[in-house]
Design a protein around this ligand. Structure first.
Ligand SMILES: Nc1ncnc2c1ncn2[C@@H]1O[C@H](COP(=O)(O)OP(=O)(O)OP(=O)(O)O)[C@@H](O)[C@H]1O
Length: 279
């Protein structure tokens, strides 16, 4: 399997405290991996290392084979455009419309002809299940679920191969969370994305994740399919999956995912737009 992310023997120190010690994690092309761990265990910090926003005290983080922190600035720029990120709370710019928020990474690139901006933004808007008229709205006019979708559209605007999601369903009501997870499943199938997400939501793991990495005691104590991880005797894991262990059995997960695929879906790429995007 082709590794996209290689975190090798990483030690991270923040504010004089050791957050990670000897942490290893590999993410392979096309997989959806969830990072779980107690509050303050260092999940967001690990995402930040993978995004090159923090640097480990020891060890290396490679993305697409490039060691972050040690590759030339130009190399890093090339890698940077191969991933997208959705941060907690969406992090939209409140003074910009939905259109301008989604267009921002394209404008920053400076090489996209202005005439292409509109079709590209409208394509992404449709891809995440929003209506064309939503483009003119301000972030203050959006529901929590819509904010997540706009943030996702912005994260996808440069057609990344790798997507980082920090608690994508946090703050959503159960129905919006369910719709958002269905959208992730659809995008993953259509775009072949590799996804790394931090989540506290068992339903998200249940619906979309291939592998669960557990961050505890300053390192990854396990990285395996849900059915295996849910049965670990570690106190954090026991608490996390309390009341859910039985439904995490492999067959039950498979059956549940098939049932999701059967139901009609909103969002995703309308076939006509997909064809246009592939021209
Ligand atoms: N810039 C910083 N300086 C000092 N300490 C920090 C900094 N950023 C994070 N920390 C500390 O590092 C630890 C890990 O934080 P992190 O945000 O990665 O945890 P987390 O697992 O994502 O937590 P949560 O699930 O609550 O969001 C925490 O104890 C936090 O207080």
């Amino acid at each position: 399997m082709d590794p996209i992310i290689e975190v090798d023997n990483v030690t991270t120190v923040l504010g004089g405290h050791v957050i990670h010690r000897g942490l290893n994690l590999t993410v392979h092309r096309g997989e959806v991996i969830a990072l779980i761990g107690g509050s303050g265990s260092g999940k967001t910090t690990l995402l930040r290392l993978m995004l090159g926003l923090d640097v480990p005290r020891e060890g290396t983080v490679k993305i697409f084979g490039h060691p972050l922190g040690r590759c030339a600035a130009r190399d890093l720029e090339c890698v940077r455009y191969r991933w997208g990120a959705l941060f907690q709370h969406g992090a939209l710019f409140s003074a910009l419309s939905v259109f301008d928020n989604i267009a921002l990474p394209l404008r920053e690139l400076k090489s996209v002809p202005p005439a292409l901006l509109k079709p590209l933004v409208m394509l992404k808007l449709a891809q995440v299940g929003l209506k064309p008229e939503d483009a003119a709205k301000q972030p203050s006019e959006l529901s929590g679920g819509m904010v997540k979708r706009v943030s996702l559209a912005r994260a996808l605007i440069l057609d990344p191969q790798l997507l980082f999601l920090d608690e994508p369903t946090a703050g959503l009501d159960p129905d919006s969370a369910k719709q958002f997870v269905k959208l992730l499943r659809k995008l993953r199938q259509e775009l072949g994305l590799t996804v790394v997400m931090v989540t506290h939501d068992v339903d998200t793991l249940f619906a979309v994740v291939d592998r669960v990495a557990v961050l505890a005691d300053q390192h990854i104590i396990a990285s395996a399919p849900l059915s295996e991880v849910a049965r670990l005797p570690h106190p954090f894991v026991r608490n996390f999956f309390l009341g859910h262990v039985e439904r995490c059995a492999e067959e039950d997960v498979k059956r549940f995912r098939l049932s999701l695929d059967d139901t009609s879906d909103e969002g995703g790429v309308p076939a006509v737009l997909r064809d246009e995007a592939n021209v």
